[in-house]
Write a protein that binds this ligand. Structure first.
Ligand code: HEM
Length: 549
């Protein structure tokens, strides 16, 4: 847009200059070559417009300029470095929220003084996530930052397309389908316990880094739950790599590739960089797509064939099969690209978040023996020391439910998500021009003393038995978002968490590792910047196998 304005203004100026008398004094200061003159005028307009946008507009013109926000902004980069250097991804959001508790929004500038609004009150959350949900979209930079890895799917579908896709995928996560996934979670929980037992035998100190184990267990689980196959078994013959190798090649890029991805977020250059560092990423993401497409096509054939046994028969138990069944029911309205996008969403959104919740739960168990004992007592009294719990057994674990709600409230696995106003709009009396960028940080709600009381920061599972006010509404927590775009995998992840936690608490006793002893009551260091709420350097806890007599 700015460039078009530059071209228009420069054209008008060039015409005006050419209409001047040849003896006009100003012409002696300008280049005689017309092309050069035009380019110079375009450059000058561009600089003036940028100067206006960066220095004049935010300070003197923007309708957002009166919204409260931090004043310690740095020249040109606003809060960017402060956010980057903060001890956690939410440290500054929490500080600002408690400084201006009543304001629906908090405004802060980032690179080139771009204004960002942090949503701060329950009412503003409600309007943006529920009543006016479709007047906001995910910012384009986010699609370019994450879309190549997590796919388009529901995460980046907008408006009518989002409604259409969501309607078709919703049933995939129904309670009956989740019940059918139980054996998958149990199998993966058993494998995880066996792995930990082996690890303990090799580690006489008993100090085990659990985060990486949970990441592997939840990734294995989502592989089977989403696709019906072990991810290591999915191979790309062309690349001679398996699915996980391609996937991790995309996630952990070498520095040059990461730089190209960073630039691509702002300027889409991916297709035009003929460097191996770039092609390595392109090949890996192409490999992931090809493997998923093959998997989908094969499954469509199996589901359509009379031999339903291959697709798992009537008891089929993976998300891909459910999606294909939905596709059949809706006259093939879901395309293969749609299904691939959803699968990519599920694989990426479905493991790191759940493993984050397990990691922080282990931290709580290790540091709060009182909570650990209560949780174990409930599990052993209700389910015994061995044996296979049913869906109903799991749902009846009352303290487990409170514990999990408290883990996801206090340690929200997703520290932030973003929106952009898709049109001029008024929220809580504040006019937001089209394009206004908004940050939603679940902990701002989850840890608010206005909603949760003076002890909001404390870990208290029993608080869930006596909720009042806003805490007793869906808007008391934002861990899974809210409204029409609420996390579609919520029931999946809660069930996967509970199944894994039951096996952990039945099999192991948790206590502080030397690192946690040294830390005392201080919060463990957290990775920043980060897309998920992760402890820096993992989470090492002391574990001991329980020998039930
Ligand atoms: C503890 C675990 C999880 C947490 C904390 C979590 C959190 C969230 C949040 C906050 C959103 C809203 C994002 C936004 O509005 O911008 C979301 C959306 C989403 N989540 Fe999750 N998630 C979890 C597990 C899962 C799992 C297991 C899956 C899939 C198997 C999943 C799939 C998705 C999808 C597809 C969306 C987009 C929904 C839409 O826009 O309609 N999530 N999640």
């Amino acid at each position: 847009m700015d460039f078009k304005i530059c071209l228009c203004l420069a054209s008008v100026e060039a015409v005006a200059i050419s209409a001047l008398s040849p003896s006009h004094e100003i012409l002696s200061y300008l280049p005689s070559n017309r092309a050069l003159l035009f380019l110079g005028l375009v450059g000058l307009q561009w600089l003036l417009i940028k100067f206006y946008r960066i220095f004049i507009y935010p300070a003197f013109v923007s309708p957002l300029r009166h919204i409260p926000g931090p004043k310690n902004n740095q020249f040109f980069i606003g809060q960017l470095v402060h956010l980057y250097r903060a001890s956690t991804p939410i440290e500054l959001y929490m500080k600002w929220s408690s400084t201006w508790p009543e304001s629906p929004f908090i405004r802060y500038p980032i690179l080139a003084n771009k204004e960002i609004l942090l949503i701060n009150t329950v009412e503003a959350h409600k309007q943006i996530l529920q009543t006016k949900c479709y007047d906001f979209v995910k910012p384009k930079f986010l699609g370019r930052l994450l879309g190549e890895i997590v796919g388009t799917g529901l995460l980046f579908a907008e408006g009518h397309e989002h409604k259409r896709q969501r309607k078709m995928v919703l049933n995939v996560f129904s309670v009956p389908n989740m019940k059918k996934l139980l054996p998958v979670f149990r199998e993966k929980a058993d494998e995880m316990v066996s792995f930990m037992e082996r690890k303990l035998k090799e580690t006489p100190s008993g100090n085990i880094e659990v985060q990486s184990i949970y990441t592997k267990a939840t990734l294995d689980a989502i592989g089977v739950a989403a696709l019906g196959v072990e991810l290591e078994n999915l191979r790309s013959e062309e690349l001679k790599l398996d699915f996980l190798q391609c996937y991790f090649r995309m996630l952990s890029q070498p520095p040059l590739s990461a730089l190209i991805s960073f630039i691509h977020v702002n300027v889409p250059i991916r297709k035009f960089i003929p460097l191996e560092a770039n092609w390595g990423f392109v090949r890996a993401s192409g490999g992931v797509r090809t493997m998923l497409d093959r998997c989908i096509e094969e499954r469509i054939r199996e589901v359509k064939s009379t031999d339903r046994e291959k697709a798992g028969g009537p008891e089929s138990r993976d998300l891909l099969t459910y999606m294909i069944e939905e596709r059949e029911a809706h006259n093939d309205e879901l395309t293969i690209a749609d299904i691939r996008g959803h699968l990519q969403n599920f694989l990426s959104a479905g493991h790191e978040t759940t493993s984050g919740a397990l990691t922080w739960a282990s931290y709580v168990l290790a540091t709060r023996p009182d909570i650990q004992d209560k949780l174990r007592d409930e599990v052993i009294q209700s389910l015994g020391t061995v044996g296979v719990p049913t869906y109903a057994d799991i749902e009846n674990l009352h303290y487990m439910k409170n514990f999990l709600q408290e883990v996801t409230r206090v340690y929200s696995p997703a520290p932030a998500t973003w929106r952009e106003a898709d049109k001029d709009i008024v929220i809580c009396g504040q006019f937001l021009p089209k394009g206004t960028q908004i940050v939603l940080s679940p902990p701002v709600t989850n840890l608010s003393t206005r909603i949760w009381g003076a002890d909001a920061l404390e870990f208290k599972p029993e608080r869930w038995d006596a909720l009042a006010g806003d805490a007793n509404t869906p808007y008391g927590t934002e861990t899974f978002g809210n409204g029409p775009r609420i996390c579609i995998g919520k029931s999946y992840s809660l069930l996967a968490f509970k199944v894994m936690m039951i096996e952990l608490i039945r099999n192991f006793r948790f206590s502080r590792s030397p690192g946690l002893v040294e830390l005392g009551d201080n919060y463990p260091p957290v990775q920043n910047p980060a897309v998920t709420w992760r402890p820096k350097g993992g989470m090492t806890v002391h574990m001991e196998k329980i020998a039930w007599s």
